[in-house]
Each structure stands twice: as C-alpha cells, then as structure tokens.
Design a protein around this ligand. Structure first.
Ligand SMILES: Nc1ncnc2c1ncn2[C@@H]1O[C@H](COP(=O)(O)OP(=O)(O)OP(=O)(O)O)[C@@H](O)[C@H]1O
Length: 358
C-alpha cells in the first residue's frame, strides 16, 4: 500500500480456472472491474471479501492485513460491504429493520449515517414497506444503504444493475452518481456494461482470462487503442466539464474543460455547475478545415494523436486531442486515407452529439 493507492494481488486456481490478478486502485472513489463473462470478476471480489482463500494473495487496507503470506483474516472480521446482483434483503423485515440490521453490524457508531444514507438513496418514503412491495431498483437501493450502514472499509458491488430492466437502471443511476460523489471509501464495482463504467467509475481495471490487463483513470483507459473497449461500437469517452455559459435563446449551455469547450443542451444547470459528458466515437467525424456549411455546432480544433485499426478492416479509430482531453473518432479507413491522417496533424473534430451522463 503506498500513498493514495491500495494494491491487491490474488493468484490461484478455482478448478480449471486460473486467477492471477494484480492491480492498484485509489483509496476512495469507484473502481470498475470490467471484463467479459467468465473472466474472473466475481471470483476476485470473493477474494477481497475473504469468501475465497487462495494460497497466494496480498491485500491490506487502513493498516489491517486482510491477507498476506502468513495472515488470512476471516470474512466476519473484514469490514466489507457486499452488494450482489439480486438484493438479498430479509423478506420478513421492513426496509427500516433491514437497514437497522446493517447498522448493527457496524463496529463504530453508525447512527449519524442512517438519516444521511436514507436521504442519499431516496428511501424515506419506503421505510415501513416490506421488500416484496418494492421495485427491483428500490430493493437494490435498500441493499446498498444496508451495506454502507455497516460502515465498511471497502464496498464490493457485483453487477448491481444487471438484474434490473432499462427503466429501473435509468432510475437508479442518479442515486449511484450521488453516492459516488459522497463516499470516502474505495468501491470495487463489477460490470460488463460500458455505460456504467463511463457514468460511474473514476478508475477502471480491465480483466481478461483471470488477469487484470490494464488499470488506470477511466477516460485514459477507455481510450487505450491496445484494449478491446476502444474498438466496440458503443466506444466513447467521458469528459468532466463545468457549465461556463448559457444561451437561453437557443437553449444551449457551454460546457468547458481544460483547453476546450462544447455546446450541450441546456438542462437547467447553472453556470459553474459540474457536468459529465459522453462522446461516442461513432458521433465524431474529422475535417481538415472548419466546415461552416454543416448543421453540427461542435466543430473544434484538434490534433491527431494516434490512429489504429478498428474492429473491421473498413474502420479506423482515431485519437484526437482537444485541449488536455482525448476523444475518439470512428472513421472509415477510406476517409482516413483520403485525408492522409497522420499523428500530429491539426484537424477539426465535428461532434454530432454530446450526451450528458451526470
Ligand atoms: N469454485 C469454483 N470451482 C471451479 N470453477 C470456478 C469456481 N468459481 C468460479 N469458477 C470458474 O471461474 C471462472 C470465472 O468465474 P467468475 O464468476 O469469477 O467470472 P465473472 O467474470 O464474474 O463472470 P460473470 O460476468 O458471468 O459473472 C468461470 O469459468 C467459473 O466457472
């Protein structure tokens, strides 16, 4: 463990499957563990919780050794919160009693946090309900609050949205985004949904075949052309910006970041408020000069940084630098050739659509 990072390593076999995962992640904020089905994400979480004991492992947190060559702290002695795909609430207890159960597990006095977490996860109107009368999204919000009331040093979330339908997912996102901003502990969040990574994760660890093949800040890691995510159809990059100006006549807001700015739809945010944007590679095209005869309003000067083959021979993925940020453009190999795109070239990025994700 050094500075503001934690480091973890777990290696060993689960039957025929070999886990050999080693990575570092920030002491606070959400780290997404992202990878295809069967790559070992759940097995890795279970190692953190102490539910699996691989012979070769090292993890310490807050001055406590949870595992090393000579120690193994059993699960009940690890202050860890675990949220599963399905909220496993006690069916015979009200929401309030389920939450109080979590609170009782806290080693420190958790009373102060009850009201705060109930407010943060929007549970005040649900406290007297039985779990059977909650929607899937509401159940998950209760499960998250219950896990946090035990005052964990580490929160593990295993695909908490995967059992929810699209409406419930949309409903729960804002709560998770609020949580992300207010938690001071590390969260390991397992997912194979790229939109969850872009919306919720500050940090990203990419898994393949039992190994962590890359780990780093989300935007940088999502953009890495040597990793498969950059080549997916839905590939995109999230940018944290702040509202700098509002054009009431056209109902637009100018979102500024270091060295650049983009117009987005005005959604009521005031000047100075933060906003997280998503730019999909498929919505970005490249022009050699500023083209004033197009309907696209975001035409911004950019520098070509890197060009790589896409997931099909007809496609190229181009990294463009706008100010201090990288975005990706998905263009045809033919256009890349026609425009003679080369690293270092000054071009214009034409961004057809910018999604507001937080
Ligand atoms: N106790 C076990 N004994 C044998 N094999 C196991 C055991 N636990 C996990 N595995 C295998 O290890 C591999 C990784 O499983 P794991 O559930 O960790 O993957 P995952 O990335 O979480 O997948 P998913 O996204 O589908 O949940 C799988 O092939 C699984 O069958």
């Amino acid at each position: 463990m050094t500075g503001d990072r934690l480091s973890a390593r777990f290696a060993g076999r689960f039957g025929a499957f070999l886990l050999d995962a080693s990575f570092r992640f920030p002491k606070s904020g959400v780290t997404a563990l992202f990878g295809p089905s069967g790559c070992g994400k759940t097995s890795l979480l279970r190692c953190f919780a102490g539910l699996e004991h691989l012979p070769d492992g090292e993890f310490s947190i807050d001055g406590e050794v949870w595992q090393d060559g000579s120690h193994f702290r059993p699960p009940h002695r690890r202050e860890v919160g675990y949220v599963f795909q399905q909220a496993n609430l006690f069916p015979h207890l009200t929401v309030s009693a389920n939450l109080r159960y979590g609170e009782k597990r806290a080693k420190r006095d958790g009373k102060a946090r009850f009201d705060e977490l109930v407010a943060l996860l929007g549970l005040s109107a649900l406290l007297e309900r039985m779990p059977a009368r909650l929607s899937g999204g509401e159940r998950q919000r209760v499960a998250i609050a219950r896990a946090l009331l035990s005052q964990p040093k580490l929160l593990l979330m295993d695909e908490p949205m995967s059992a929810l339908d699209i409406h419930a997912r949309q409903e729960i996102f804002p709560y998770l985004q609020n949580l992300r901003q207010s938690l001071s502990i590390p969260v390991l969040y397992v997912t194979h949904a790229p939109d969850e990574v872009a919306r919720l994760a500050d940090h990203l660890a990419v898994m393949r075949d039992g190994r962590v093949i890359a780990a780093g800040p989300t935007a940088e890691t999502l953009a890495r052309l040597d990793l498969p995510m950059a080549h997916e159809r839905r590939a995109g990059i999230a940018i944290d910006a702040r509202i700098a100006d509002i054009d009431l006549r056209w109902q637009l807001a100018l979102a500024k970041f270091e060295g650049g700015a983009l117009w987005i739809a005005h959604t009521g945010r005031a000047v100075g408020e933060p906003v997280r944007l998503m730019i999909h590679a498929r919505d970005v095209s490249i022009a050699l000069t500023e083209n004033l005869n197009v309907s696209i309003i975001n035409r911004v000067p950019a520098i070509v940084r890197e060009i790589a083959r896409g997931d099909h021979p007809s496609v190229m993925i181009v990294h463009l630098e706008i100010g201090s940020r990288l975005i990706m453009a998905r263009v045809t190999a033919r256009s890349a050739n026609l425009l003679s795109l080369q690293p270092g070239m000054a071009v214009y990025a034409q961004i057809k659509s910018v999604a507001i994700i937080d």
